[in-house]
Design a protein around this ligand. Structure first.
Ligand SMILES: Cc1cc2nc3c(=O)[nH]c(=O)nc-3n(C[C@H](O)[C@H](O)[C@H](O)COP(=O)(O)OP(=O)(O)OC[C@H]3O[C@@H](n4cnc5c(N)ncnc54)[C@H](O)[C@@H]3O)c2cc1C
Ligand SMILES: NC(=O)c1ccc[n+]([C@@H]2O[C@H](COP(=O)([O-])OP(=O)(O)OC[C@H]3O[C@@H](n4cnc5c(N)ncnc54)[C@H](O)[C@@H]3O)[C@@H](O)[C@H]2O)c1
Length: 474
């Protein structure tokens, strides 16, 4: 006889999955979380990284001020103070979320363990507790890839006394390294290089390919590459071929020696691995459940976020966020969580399901310069459409750009040949993420960009005039 406990709904992962159980969900719910409540975004991702970017930018402000004729000096950056300010706030929110789920959520049982499937709708925790559930939401996220580099012991990555880390532990480290080496040329590498340099590190970035931020518009990538090389030692087409870690605690610094594919040797205090994030599907025993996976390890879902098995959607089994999404972004995970919540309700009332909307997914990279992007790149648009219109306006050609003395920033728009539909928008420069937002609306709501620009006021002389002028050029 089975001793398994039974739930109406089981949720795996209290990151974005934690938003699914609302007041109106009926029946017994179990929420499995092996780590921190709030998941990656709150504890080791979007939120602490942006709080640190802000501190780094304050430390880098003398260079901006100097362009304006103001001489500023940074007296000191108080890393322990900055780190503790950031994580005191975050840790309190995490503890509050945990406490709420553990003792104040009626009908919900929080199980703070790792769980895996032993069959379809059948689960077991690490301590052996068995569960069955009528409906399941899989929101188990992703984790940093640890590339195979000779000499690198994967078990030591992120250990408290190790000089090799990922974004999981970087932001809570005891010290800012004198010299940091970053493997990767993607989002994490660009943002963390900015943070580390701002807070006092010398930074070397090892980029396996010849470009930063693969998938972004080529002009954006090229301009970013030129800009960051003014501050960081960026080595394109270069990988680490061997890592030698000195004895932990050995007096002689630096802690690591790296052999590089170009034959060079690099002594460094910290190695940050920022080589992508892999979905946690391999840790979930999914073969026992028979659910389908994509080649890149993502759980396969249909447009209603229902998990597929043998190509067929499984009623009542959903996935959301990094475990299944083609976009590893928090706003996408949140949207998918809303779709899943709506569909759990709809299923009960036998109402139509809501489809996910992955059109016009924006992203921003909070580096220096900041980048924000939505829709097609120029290259993709040219491949998809016979003719396209490209419009570009520089920050330097609007009044607020003069106030900023901004030389590099620009807005680039990609539209259909007649200018009636915006296909993509790409911004590089101060406040790019905020400037992009109205253009996300134009694409998402299929607004005519010619009406959008003409039939509203644009505040003069505010920075959005750079967006207005790019739109006028269409
Ligand atoms: C450094 C960094 C910065 C980022 N910045 C941004 C940003 O600025 N903007 C943005 O949009 N996105 C950003 N992201 C991406 C964003 O954090 C993720 O896309 C988002 O958090 C994914 O949410 P999720 O719910 O899918 O996964 P997670 O938040 O990772 O939640 C998954 C949860 O499942 C738990 N879990 C996993 N397996 C099991 C198991 N077997 N049993 C029990 N529990 C399990 C985990 O402990 C975790 O808490 C950033 C990511 C990083 C790493
Ligand atoms: N601001 C944001 O929205 C934000 C910030 C951070 C992370 N994220 C999300 O998290 C995801 C993961 O970030 P990321 O920077 O780790 O991944 P990424 O996919 O953005 O970049 C990975 C980089 O590592 C390189 N790489 C891969 N394997 C390698 C290897 N074996 N050796 C050397 N280099 C290798 C790739 O060429 C690439 O440059 C992002 O794709 C993004 O979706 C978003």
């Amino acid at each position: 006889m089975s001793t398994a406990q039974h739930a109406d709904l089981a949720i795996i992962g209290a990151g974005s999955g934690n938003t699914v159980p609302g007041e109106d969900l009926q029946g017994r719910t179990v929420l499995f979380e092996r780590g921190l409540f709030g998941g990656t975004c709150l504890n080791a991702g979007c939120i602490p990284s942006k709080m640190l970017v802000k501190a780094a930018e304050a430390a880098l402000s003398p260079a901006d001020a100097a362009r304006l004729g103001v001489e500023l000096r940074v007296e000191r950056t108080d890393w322990p103070g900055i780190r503790d300010r950031v994580f005191d706030r975050i840790d309190r929110i995490e503890a509050g979320g945990r406490e709420y789920r553990q003792s104040q959520s009626p009908q919900l049982q929080a199980v703070t363990e790792t769980v895996r499937f032993t069959g379809p709708r059948r689960l077991v925790t690490d301590s052996g507790a068995e569960w069955t559930a009528d409906r399941i939401v899989i929101a188990a996220g992703a984790r940093p890839v640890v590339p195979a580099i000779p000499g690198l012991d994967p078990a030591r990555v992120d250990a408290p006394d190790s000089a090799v880390c990922t974004s999981e532990t970087l932001m809570r480290r005891a010290e800012v390294p004198g010299h940091a080496t970053i493997v990767g040329g993607g989002y994490v590498a660009m943002e963390m290089a900015h943070v580390l340099q701002g807070l006092g590190s010398e930074v070397t970035v090892l980029v396996r390919s010849e470009t930063l931020l693969r998938g972004h518009d080529a002009e954006i990538r090229r301009t970013l590459g030129e800009a960051v090389q003014e501050h960081w030692d960026v080595r394109f087409g270069t990988t680490a071929t061997k890592v030698t870690e000195r004895e932990p605690g050995a007096a002689s610094a630096p802690a690591l020696e790296l052999e590089l594919s170009d034959g060079g040797v690099l002594a460094t205090d910290l190695l940050l691995l920022a080589a992508g994030r892999t979905p946690n599907t391999d840790q979930l025993g999914l073969a026992a459940a028979g659910y389908d996976l994509h080649l890149d390890g993502r759980l396969a879902v249909d447009e209603y976020q229902r998990v597929l098995a043998g190509g067929e959607p499984q009623q009542g089994v959903y996935a959301l966020g990094d475990i299944c999404s083609p976009f590893q972004l928090k706003h996408v995970a949140n949207h998918e969580a809303r779709v899943v919540t709506a569909n759990l309700q709809a299923e009960r009332g036998r109402e139509p399901l809501t489809a996910v909307n992955h059109r016009a997914v924006p992203s921003a990279v909070f580096s220096s310069p900041q980048i924000a992007s939505v829709g097609l790149t120029e290259e993709d648009a040219r491949a998809e459409h016979r003719d396209v219109l490209i419009a570009r306006h520089d920050y330097a050609d609007v009044a607020y750009g003069w106030a900023l003395e901004e030389k590099r920033g620009f807005v680039k728009l990609v539209a259909t040949a007649d200018g009636s539909r915006l296909l993509g928008a790409h911004i590089l420069g101060p406040d790019a993420a905020s400037l992009l937002q109205p253009l996300i609306g134009v694409i998402a709501l299929d607004l005519d960009p010619r009406r959008f620009v003409r039939e509203q006021y644009w505040i003069h002389p505010a920075l959005p005039e750079v967006v207005e002028n790019a739109l006028l050029k269409l």
